[in-house]
Design a protein around this ligand. Structure first.
Ligand code: ADP
Length: 757
């Protein structure tokens, strides 16, 4: 189907697509159009990675806008929200307005009501529903990206309930659900009353296979010789082979590639990703030219500049040699530097944990799934990855227009394993997705929200609402769901979040607050009990511990040997806890210690301990610190409101602890660190130079500011501008040497005196 034959879309679209090199729709896209996706009909599209799902979404949303409507695009990860916004931003030149909702959970973001296309995560949409954002009832089209994630026990239920609610608020809503290839796409289509496009078409051929011995064994029965050199491991041999031009390919291969290709290697832990990148860098290093070396050095410098942790140092070392690792411990800036350098073909190989398989657009000539087992805390051991996950990783192979085909490989160490991997993954169909709504944490959260935002005011009403979920459409056994529901209603009533009067249900004032704050009711109960039990003014550590022991905080594990260390710390600082330290013989004691480790990390951060020291002490990456800090900031914000609502008189102490952790500074720097572009390190340098707050910065002597900021003129100018200085221009200003910060090495020595606890 030619792009000019698509009905219902804005008239500028065909020309716009042609300019992007899109002339003919891919077959699954054409099927979607035939199924009415541009006429407002609902659709489930289950198609392989990189087969053009985004365009299906765009056709649906733009035709809705063309009809005068409004569309919402739900992304699975926060990191993807801005990526999608940037993609859709192209349409703004035709007058289509794009908005991305990234605000705090408890806001309703009324301004989004003006936008035509809005991008948000499912958690954010859920919170908007709870805060009665009125524009949600004016939606015509909702796209759910990666809808197979309804199967995820952590986040699936939110997506599921949110879609059910949006459909209830907007009768006749068009739902376009985009999914990876799954075993039961028809079940999703049934649930959403949608047409189904279920296809395994790909724009570029994918050869799947297994490496064993000295050969690649492919699914079409063919084999290819691939010997290792010297003591090289299989992954290194494959990456080297991918970088070596094929004699028969050369300049003439499809799309005019240079015959060399990039590789993505999936491994099962961060440590393995870092280790693999280090080894693979020695391979890629031999395949770079002078220009590539110098561009890679620039990127490495940017990575080192991002933060001074060992992670950033290791990453920069690898990048200089043309390899990289990618995992959730990286800061978002480091992640995008790596992804961009890979897409620009400078970084030749990325060793990644599965986070990269989810959504980020990084196609590669070859994909190696090196580890097909992963440690699972739940199962207490190594567990095989699901077929769906492995196929999603494999789907990253093949860059349309650049490679003649993509190749995805698993690695076998024995003949038996070779057979097993073919059975288990290469020839296997992905598993069906299954709703996880009936789990207790999901139910207690969503039941309260459903009652508080008026979707149900009785037990009957709740049951009726639950009938609209995927869970109900997948089971004939309603009794189990009802049982979990009744248990959770009893829990909510016991904790004072709902009132039950016969069959009638209503949320209490506190229940409304908890729902709006987007807290798991169990977190709210823990925080409320802890705040009530606090005598006097709580300390920052006490508050960090309080929020760290809620189910909304993902806690750090205690490593072997740490039990004793943190037990000691717990007794030492016992008086600071909000609530009573459990007995060592109590099951809750271990959780208390893990929460203490997390709280101590937050306290270190707020005490201005150097970032690299924190990453070392707690065995985490810079991205993890950010994650913990963001969660703590949100939970402390919620605790502040709960403290105010309970009239406990400690809300100001909670606020102070929140602001300190937000900026990572001690009390005296809170004001300065709040100035845009200042941050924790620069705030300390300015403070040491005698500039103690925003007001002082606004009126500061420019030579002193420049000296304190180590002579960096651009930084000094932007900081002064943000503080409202009347003349931030640094032209001709000489840095005051007395204001220059003492060397960072001395900072480090200072930090040691904080004690190793
Ligand atoms: P998915 O979301 O299914 O993983 P994308 O939507 O990101 O895949 O599409 C992958 C690539 O294919 C994008 O670069 C996109 O521009 C391109 N593409 C999509 N549809 C077409 C088409 N009909 N013709 C040519 N290229 C297309």
């Amino acid at each position: 189907m030619n792009v000019s034959e698509v009905d219902g879309v804005p008239e500028w679209l065909p020309e716009h697509l042609r300019a992007d090199g899109i002339e003919e729709l891919y077959p699954p896209q054409a099927e979607a159009v035939e199924a009415g996706v541009t006429q407002g009909d609902s659709l489930v599209a289950s198609v392989p990675t990189a087969s053009g799902k985004t365009l299906v979404a765009e056709l649906a949303m733009l035709s809705a806008v063309q009809r005068g409507g409004k569309a919402l695009y739900i992304v699975p990860l926060r990191a993807l929200a801005s990526e999608k916004r940037d993609e859709f931003e192209e349409f703004s030149r035709y007058g289509v307005e794009i908005g991305v909702s990234t605000g705090n959970y408890e806001s309703e973001e009324r301004w989004l009501g003006e936008k035509d296309i809005i991008v948000a995560t499912s958690e954010k949409v859920d919170s908007l529903v709870r805060n009665d954002a009125s524009w949600l009832s004016r939606l015509d089209c909702v796209v759910a990206d990666e809808v197979h994630l309804v199967d995820d026990s952590q986040r699936g239920p939110t997506l599921e309930v949110t879609l059910a609610k949006l459909r209830r608020i907007n009768p006749g809503l068009q739902v376009v659900a985009l999914s990876a290839t799954i075993g039961n796409a028809d079940a999703l289509a049934d649930w959403l009353d949608a047409a189904l496009v279920d296809s395994d078409w790909r724009p570029i051929e994918l050869r799947k296979g297994v490496h064993f011995g000295e050969a690649l064994h492919f699914d079409d029965g063919s084999q290819e010789h691939l010997p290792s050199q010297g003591s090289e491991k299989a992954t290194e041999a494959i990456v080297r082979d991918t970088l070596t031009p094929d004699e028969d390919e050369g300049e003439s291969d499809a799309g005019g590639g240079d015959g060399r290709g990039s590789s993505l290697v999936f491994v099962n832990s961060r440590r393995n990703a870092e280790g693999a990148a280090k080894r693979l860098a020695n391979v890629t290093n031999d395949h770079l030219d002078g220009d590539e070396f110098s561009r890679l050095r620039e990127i490495a410098a940017e990575i080192r500049d991002d933060n001074d942790t060992e992670t950033s140092e290791d990453l920069a070392d690898a990048v200089e040699k043309g390899a990289a690792f990618h995992h959730a411990g990286l800061s978002s800036n480091m992640r995008s530097l790596v992804e961009d350098a890979f897409r620009d073909r400078l970084v030749k190989c990325i060793a990644a944990t599965p986070t990269l398989a989810a959504g980020v657009n990084t196609p590669s000539r070859r994909v190696v799934v090196r580890d097909w087992r992963r440690y699972s805390g739940e199962a207490g051991g190594m567990q095989p990855l699901s077929v769906l996950e492995v196929h999603q990783m494999m789907g990253r192979a093949g860059r349309p227009g650049m490679d003649p085909y993509g190749e995805a490989l698993l690695l076998a160490k024995s003949h038996d394993e070779l057979d097993e991997l073919f059975e288990r993954y290469v020839w296997a169909d992905p598993e069906p997705v299954q709703s996880k709504l009936a789990a207790e944490p999901a139910m207690r959260t969503h039941l309260l929200a459903t009652i508080a935002s008026g979707f149900a005011d009785s037990r009957e009403g709740l049951l009726e609402f639950l009938q609209e979920t995927l869970y109900a459409s997948q089971t004939d056994e309603d009794a189990f769901l009802e049982q979990v529901m009744d248990d959770m209603l009893a829990y909510l009533e016991r904790n004072g979040f709902i009132d039950a009067d016969g069959d009638d249900l209503s949320a209490t004032g506190m229940g409304h607050t908890v729902s709006r704050l987007y807290l798991d009711p169990m977190s709210a109960a823990e925080i409320i009990d802890g705040l009530r039990a606090t005598e006097g003014r709580p300390t920052a550590l006490g508050l960090y511990h309080l929020v760290s022991r809620t189910p909304d905080m993902y806690q750090l594990y205690l490593r072997s040997g740490e039990q004793e260390e943190f037990t000691e710390l717990a007794y030492e600082r016992e008086s600071e806890f909000c609530g009573r330290l459990p007995s060592e013989f109590d099951d809750a004691f271990d959780d208390w210690l893990s929460a203490l480790k997390t709280a101590k990390l937050l306290e270190d951060w707020a005490d201005e301990v150097e970032e690299d020291r924190i990453t070392e002490r707690y065995g985490v990456g810079p991205g993890d610190i950010r994650g913990k800090v963001d969660t703590a900031e949100w939970l402390l914000g919620a605790a502040e409101q709960l403290a105010a609502e309970l009239d406990l008189g400690i809300a100001p102490a909670v606020r102070e602890a929140r602001i300190r952790v937000q900026h990572g500074v001690r009390e005296e720097l809170v004001d300065l660190a709040g100035v845009r572009g200042v941050g924790r390190k620069r705030a300390r340098r300015l403070f040491e130079a005698g500039i103690e707050d925003r007001e002082a910065l606004r009126n500061a002597n420019k030579a002193v500011v420049l000296g304190a900021l180590r002579g960096r003129e651009r930084t000094a100018e932007s900081v002064l501008e943000a503080a409202g200085h009347t003349d931030p221009d640094m032209d001709g200003v000489e840095p005051d040497p007395d204001a220059a910060p003492v060397l960072d090495e001395t900072d480090d020595e200072d930090q040691t005196s904080l004690g190793e606890f």
